[in-house]
Design a protein around this ligand. Sequence first.
Ligand SMILES: [Mn+2]
Length: 266
Amino acid sequence: MKLSLLGIPWDENSSHRRGSAAAPEAIRVALKAPSSNLSCENGLEFDELDLRDCGDLPADLSGEVMVKRIEEAVGAELDQQRRVISLGGDHAVTYPILRAFARRYPDLSILHLDAHSDLYDNFEGNRLSHASPFARIMEEGLVKRLVQVGIRTMTRHLREQVERFGVEVFEMKDWRDDQYLDFDSPVYLSVDLDGIDPAFAPGVAHPEPGGLSTRQALSLIQQSNGTIVGADIVEYNPSLDPTGITGMVAAKLVKEIASRMVTTDM
Ligand SMILES: [Mn+2]
């Protein structure tokens, strides 16, 4: 199975603190950190995978131009039968990525790890906000199912959006380690690093205590069934990560997602 890594240095839709545009480069640096290695937990070696690093999209694009550019870049990889791991950027990247995926995978499910459900119709007037990608995705009917895990910031509006779109939400307060997620269609995995507890991954703009441990997140990725055909890791903010530990979490996720992707075929 062929994989592609795509950096998307785009954070103009962040509502609080920008800085996640620097994440793709920081995650690549963390992947090569001499303190760790490239062995994946399932025994595969990351640097032996058939993985192409596409580099980063241009950092100076914005708005609808960037939306289109992301959709095209991801679509070009999918057209070569590759599975794409995107490095955000803030969570706004997921909407254009899913537009590309939906065209090739008509019955896609999303597994979404996050402290936030990111279902705002708009946030402070911005419909491309990083708080809104899943509202756009569900409005356009881009996926069959949206399953959210780790959520711990639900507002009344967001609960209404969950009802409206039929989103399956596992709030963090209800999460159990033996919870089994069952997928009967291809899975797109979207990981917001703030889904993980800020004790483990502090380098995010919206730290929300009470989240998943790094191990719980890894187990979820390793153990849920379903073929993972694409993924993103978003909202890593290197400027808020002086020790670099959040970058190491992001790099670990890249390795574990990639090695999981190549072990399941459709
Ligand atoms: Mn979030």
